[in-house]
Design a protein around this ligand. Structure first.
Ligand code: SF4
Ligand code: SF4
Length: 496
């Protein structure tokens, strides 16, 4: 099945002994010039790339004050060393958060600190060389920018910021990552990460309407480009066709139908995902965010609601207003933006939605917190809503729910292993090994509590687990969407 060793699941987390350069061979495909140039980057490695890289580092640390603080603040206490899923899964010390930071910090020291300029060897400062560049490329693409390490660091140092800065520098010298840059290019030109045409999406939605009517006896609409709708629903494009994503999308439609809220997708902004974040590109993140604003204006909607996608929600929750605002044309009674889980939760609490939990009785469920929802955003108007709201929805729609080990939940959740632009098959070894800590926790609840399924509200997690579960002996159907559970349990008004 694999040409690498798959970690054994013992049900216990063990901190591995160091294996130097264990993952030095792993690198994603490099972007071709035709993917680089439309994003504003050189097509290939520029002649004076060493100086360009050093200057870019200087620019970024000047622009992003957090990065400057993070470069200076580490005291090498070692608390973060065993907190990264990639270190736990690969044993490579460069996958320890502090080891990953050191890749960038050593160059920073050399060119931007006095000690590094005068006594480079003494302070561990490194010249910007081809070897360093290759290390950056390999190991900044073995970080899912999940921020778990920052939760444990006494200074809150966020290694994701190093990975994002490293990738922005790599792009600036002409060495971008194929998968992420291809996705951004498609979203900027076609309107979604998968390059689906408006016609293809409309056809898919039409057949969904037929399927749902056949299954439920109710005509639930899945409209696109409908002017004057109240809500613009922005979802990860995987929701249009991938499993189990599409089952979640059916759930969004049923909720909005039952509540009598008119809504529409947009073919111009048929994508919630924003890979600009992953490559640390302010410009590309902003351009993708602006498409959502333009779609909302063109369609004359009153609210913008995001579907189940972790990083889409992170960008939307944290930055949509600053990147693409103002949104003063929307209905001021609602937050900008909203999440579909917030809508469902609110309707549920007000008694607008009713559920028949027994429809999900064939499953014993657990829930995987997605990194970007857990550690980079919030849901609802109460602290920790990003943890309680999805769980309340699951408990309202299912009879059997079991939590995984507490040290793998909430803000300590383990990444799925493929966020941050790592959902590409040429680095399957990284993805499989990085998923190991989460798989250990799943094994515990499967063995001890008979858990059969894991619910989740992130498109990347869903795609990753569908692929990864079989490596560890679980079925690929074990992962389900939160709104898939809603979809199965919701009692629809037959007159609707
Ligand atoms: S951000 Fe996540 S993937 Fe990156 S070093 Fe920290 S724990 Fe590891
Ligand atoms: S926990 Fe923070 S301060 Fe300690 S080694 Fe890691 S990054 Fe440095």
């Amino acid at each position: 099945m694999a040409d690498f060793e798959i970690p054994e699941l013992t049900g216990k987390r063990v901190v591995p002994k160091l294996v130097t350069d264990a993952m030095s061979h792993s690198a994603p495909h490099v972007a071709d010039p035709e993917l680089q140039e439309p994003l504003g980057y050189p097509g290939e490695l520029v002649d004076n790339w060493e100086q360009v890289a050093i200057d870019k580092l200087g620019e970024l640390k000047g622009k992003y004050r957090g990065l400057q603080v993070f470069l200076d603040a580490c005291v090498r206490c070692g608390v973060c060393t065993d907190k990264c899923h990639f270190y736990l899964g690969t044993a490579d010390p460069k996958n320890m958060p502090v080891g990953r930071q050191e890749l960038l910090r050593s160059v920073y020291r050399r060119y931007y600190t006095r000690a590094g300029k005068w006594f480079p060897k003494l302070v561990g400062a490194r010249d910007m060389t081809q070897e360093v560049l290759d290390e950056w490329y390999n190991y900044f693409h073995q970080c899912t920018e999940c921020r778990r390490c920052s939760v444990f660091c006494p200074f809150g140092i966020d290694t994701a910021e190093f990975a994002m800065a490293g990738r922005e520098i790599l792009n600036s010298v002409g060495k971008g990552q194929k998968y992420a840059n291809e996705v951004i290019g498609k979203a900027l030109t076609i309107g979604n990460n998968l390059g689906l045409s408006g016609r293809a999406i409309a056809d898919t939605l039409e057949s969904l309407e037929e399927d749902v009517e056949e299954e439920s006896g109710v005509k639930v609409r899945f409209p696109i480009d409908e002017k004057g709708a109240e809500v613009l629903l922005v979802v990860p494009s995987a929701d249009f066709f991938a499993e189990p994503h599409v089952d979640g999308l059916i759930g969004y439609g049923k909720v909005l139908h039952q509540a009598g809220i008119s809504w529409t997708f947009s073919s111009y902004a048929a994508e919630g995902g924003n890979f600009g974040l992953f490559i640390g590109s302010y410009n590309n993140t902003r351009e993708l965010s602006r498409r959502v604003r333009k779609a909302a204006l063109d369609l004359g909607v009153k609210r913008i609601v995001f579907g189940e996608c972790g990083h889409a929600w992170r960008v939307a929750y944290s930055s949509l207003n600053t990147l693409a605002g103002p949104f003063d044309f929307l209905d001021p009674r609602y937050p900008v933006p909203q999440h579909i889980c917030e809508i469902t939760y609110d309707l549920m609490k007000r008694g607008v939605l009713k559920f028949d939990k027994s429809q999900n009785d064939h499953m014993v469920l657990t829930f995987h917190d997605s990194c970007n929802v857990a550690r980079a955003s919030r849901l609802g108007d109460m602290p920790g809503g990003q943890f309680t709201i999805p769980r309340e929805i699951i408990k309202a729609t299912c009879n059997h729910f079991v939590e995984m080990s507490p040290d793998t939940l909430y803000d300590a959740t383990f990444c799925c292993g493929a966020g941050g632009g790592l959902l590409t098959d040429e680095i399957m070894e990284v993805r499989v090994k990085g998923a190991m800590p989460r798989m250990q926790a799943v094994k515990q609840v499967a063995d001890n509590h008979g858990v059969t399924h894991m619910a989740n509200m992130c498109a990347i997690c869903k795609s990753q687990f569908t692929k990864i579960f079989p490596y560890y002996g679980f079925g690929k159907d074990m992962i389900v969407s939160v709104h898939q559970l809603v979809s199965s349990a919701i009692i629809l008004d037959k007159q609707g």
